[in-house]
Design a protein around this ligand. Structure first.
Ligand code: ZN
Length: 333
C-alpha cells in the first residue's frame, strides 16, 4: 500500500471546490508516454495551473501501471524543479470498469479514481460505485462516477449512441453512492470523430463541419438538482482543424474529424463543470508534428528529432487550453 500523499500528489476535493467557486475548470490530460507528461507538467508549472494526470485502461496496458505511477511521482519532482513550489497534481484513473482496478489504483498511489458503471443498469451502477467509494474514501482518494452514456471511441470504451444524463436521477445517485464528482452526458463524445457529418451542418465559406451544440439545458437541470456539486465533462477535445490540416497535408487521412467548439467549453468551465477531459487534441498535436518532420526531413531517424517537436506542440496546446479555455492558470500558485 502506497499513499498518494507520500508521493506529493493531491486528490480532487480542494481543486474542485475552488474551481466551482472561481468559475473555471481543471484540465484532465491523459498521458501514455514521457513526452506527453513533460509537456503537461511544463504547461501546468509555467501557468501555475492545477492539473489532473489521467491514466486510462489503454494507457495501463500500453505503458504499464507501475511505470506510469512512478512517472507521476517523478512529475511532482520535475514540477518543483521547474520552480512550481507547491504543485497541485492529481493522478487519476480514467474509466475504471471494475472494483478491482479501482482498488489496485488506490492501493498503488493514485489520488483519484473513476468508476464508470454508466453502461450498467441504474441500480448496478449505484452498487458498484458505492463499493468503490467506500473503499477509496478510507484512504482519502476521491471518486468520479458517471451517469448517462457518451458516444464515440476511447481506448476500450465504445458506445454507438449517446444517452443524455437524466437530471431526475442525479440526486438519488449522488446521495446513495457518495461519489465526489459526476461525469454527465450532454453531447460531448470520445475520439476525433465526435459527430457524423449528417449530425452537423457545413460552414458554407470553409466547407468545414459545424457540430450540434451541447445540451446546456441538461447541464442546467443537473446543476439545479445538485447545487455546487462537481460536474465532469469527458470527450471534450476540440479537434483543432489546424492540426487536422497538417496531418492531412503530410500523408495523413482524417477526413471530417470534428470536435467540441472551444467557446462551448469556455461556457461550461464557468459553471459547476470543474473537470474537462482532453485527450484526442494532444494525440492530434503529436501526430501533426511527427508527420511534418517525416515529410520535411525523410532522412531523419533520431526519435528525439520528431518527438521533440511533438512535445513542443503539445505543450503549446496544453497552455492554450489552460489559459484560453479552462481559465485555470494562476490557480495553484
Ligand atoms: Zn472518457
Amino acid at each position: 500500500m502506497v499513499s498518494y500523499k507520500e508521493l506529493g500528489l493531491v486528490n480532487t476535493k480542494d481543486m474542485f471546490a475552488k474551481a466551482i467557486k472561481g468559475g473555471y475548470a481543471i484540465p484532465a490530460f491523459n498521458f501514455n508516454n514521457m513526452e506527453q507528461l513533460q509537456a503537461i507538467i511544463k504547461a501546468a508549472a509555467e501557468t501555475k495551473s492545477p492539473v489532473i494526470l489521467q491514466v486510462s485502461k489503454g494507457a495501463r496496458n500500453y505503458a504499464n501501471q507501475t511505470l506510469l505511477r512512478y512517472m507521476a511521482q517523478g512529475a511532482v519532482e520535475y514540477a518543483k524543479e521547474l520552480g512550481w513550489e507547491k504543485p497541485q497534481i492529481c493522478l487519476h484513473l480514467d474509466h475504471g470498469d471494475s472494483f478491482e482496478i479501482c482498488k489496485s489504483c488506490v492501493d498503488f498511489g493514485f489520488s483519484s479514481v473513476m468508476i464508470d458503471g454508466s453502461s450498467l443498469p441504474y441500480e448496478e451502477n449505484i452498487a458498484l460505485t458505492k463499493k468503490v467509494v467506500e473503499y477509496a474514501h478510507q484512504y482519502d482518494v476521491t471518486v468520479e462516477a458517471e451517469l448517462g452514456v457518451l458516444a464515440g471511441v476511447e481506448d476500450e470504451v465504445v458506445a454507438e449512441e449517446s444517452h443524455y444524463t437524466k437530471p431526475e436521477e442525479v440526486i438519488d445517485f449522488a446521495t446513495r453512492t457518495g461519489c465526489d464528482s459526476l461525469a454527465i452526458s450532454i453531447g460531448t463524445s470520445h475520439g476525433a470523430y465526435k459527430f457524423k457529418p449528417e449530425q452537423c451542418t457545413r460552414d458554407p465559406k470553409t466547407g468545414r463541419l459545424v457540430p450540434p451544440p451541447l445540451a446546456f439545458d441538461v447541464l442546467d437541470a443537473v446543476m439545479e438538482k445538485l447545487p455546487g456539486f462537481p460536474i465532469v465533462l469527458h470527450g471534450s477535445s476540440s479537434v483543432p482543424q489546424e492540426y487536422v490540416d497538417i496531418i492531412n497535408a503530410n500523408g495523413g487521412k482524417l477526413p471530417d474529424a470534428v470536435g467540441i467548439p472551444e467557446e462551448q467549453l469556455r461556457k461550461a468551465a464557468k459553471s459547476a463543470v470543474c473537470k474537462i477531459n482532453i485527450d484526442s487534441d494532444s494525440r492530434l498535436a503529436f501526430t501533426a508534428a511527427v508527420r511534418k518532420v517525416f515529410a520535411d526531413k525523410p532522412g531523419e531517424f533520431d526519435p528525439r528529432k520528431y518527438c521533440g517537436p511533438a512535445r513542443d506542440l503539445m505543450e503549446e496546446l496544453y497552455k492554450h487550453k489552460i489559459i484560453n479555455v479552462l481559465g485555470s492558470d494562476h490557480k495553484a500558485e
